[in-house]
Design a protein around this ligand. Structure first.
Ligand code: SAM
Length: 289
């Protein structure tokens, strides 16, 4: 089997199996060895590591990962790729391929079974159409993980690392920064993929915190506040939060809490830092479900 990650190696495999790209699965395969090396290096994979790869495609990055890691678990949704992966990964004894939708898989159970519950490293060239749900699922489900090194759309990578007061700042920025320290690794042009995507891509590494950088009364409640604040971006926090269904907050309660924080009732969520959302969450949390 040829080394993948080059245009010729990739075309050879695609022809052999008469493979048709499925747009609905966000299939853009990497064909640039330099980029693959950069990703694997940034993920700092060693023999003691168990890596979870989401969407191995034809196994391009999986080959690189298998050579560095102790164990690789690769989860691929497209069943047409499973026989191809069997072939391209046949020389590696440390790879398990699972045909499943990552969003429907009990990843916590899988990690417990495969790695005794010890933290895994996630590495992926993600399908762009579901980047945010995948990241949120990994963080919120509390799957034991050390880091997530992923290729995403450049615009999404920017959203993950910006702070208050910028147009890209939102619920994704706050969630990523509550759970991890983001670090941009490299930008990758469309010419490094087959077929070429029509957006720029960026590799970002999210280093999972052992303990979040802020404390709040109830994590889930704080995220409900955050989502409600950015759902109604143009409104003041007082109006946005008191209008939000399910939060059960009055204008007076929100105004009082802001006053305790020394902030005016006219303030908007987009200027709020993670620390401020955590504090507001603690002031407004009423306990119970
Ligand atoms: N890792 C390969 C590479 O770098 O060349 C392929 C990356 S391609 C951008 C994304 C891959 O994720 C595709 O193989 C696609 O079929 C797979 N995929 C899409 N949605 C998925 C899901 N919900 N669960 C698991 N895999 C998925």
């Amino acid at each position: 089997m040829p080394r993948l990650g080059t245009p010729t190696g990739t075309i050879e495999v695609l022809h052999k199996y008469n493979f048709n790209f499925q747009k609905k699965f966000g299939q853009n395969f990497l064909i640039e060895p330099g980029v693959l090396e950069t990703i694997v290096e940034a993920a700092e994979i060693g023999e003691e590591d168990c890596v979870l790869e989401i969407g191995p495609g034809i196994g391009t990055m999986t080959q690189y990962l298998a050579e560095q890691a102790g164990e690789v678990i690769a989860v691929e949704i497209d069943k047409a790729l499973i026989p191809i992966l069997k072939d391209t990964l046949s020389t590696y004894t440390n790879v398990t391929v699972i045909n499943a939708d990552i969003l429907k898989l009990d990843v916590e159970e899988l990690v417990r079974e495969k790695n005794g519950g010890k933290p895994v490293k996630v590495v992926a060239n993600l399908p762009y159409y579901i980047t945010t749900p995948i990241i949120m699922q990994l963080f919120e489900s509390h799957v034991p993980l050390e880091s997530i090194t992923i290729m995403v759309q450049t615009e999404v990578a920017e959203r993950m690392q910006v702070g208050p007061g910028t147009k890209d700042y939102g619920a994704l920025s706050l969630a990523v920064q509550y759970y991890s320290r983001p670090e941009i690794v490299t930008h990758v042009p469309p010419s490094c993929f087959m077929p070429r995507p029509n957006v720029g891509s960026t590799v970002i590494r999210l280093n999972r915190y052992e303990k979040p950088p802020v404390e709040t009364a109830d994590e889930e409640f704080m995220f409900r506040l955050i989502r409600a604040s950015f759902n109604q971006r143009r409104k003041t926090l007082v109006n946005g939060l008191s209008n939000a269904s399910g939060l059960n907050l009055t204008k007076e309660e929100v105004t009082d809490a802001l006053e305790k924080m020394g902030l005016p009732a006219t303030i908007r969520g987009e200027t709020f830092t993670l620390e401020q959302f955590a504090r507001l969450g603690s002031l407004l949390y009423k306990g119970g479900p």
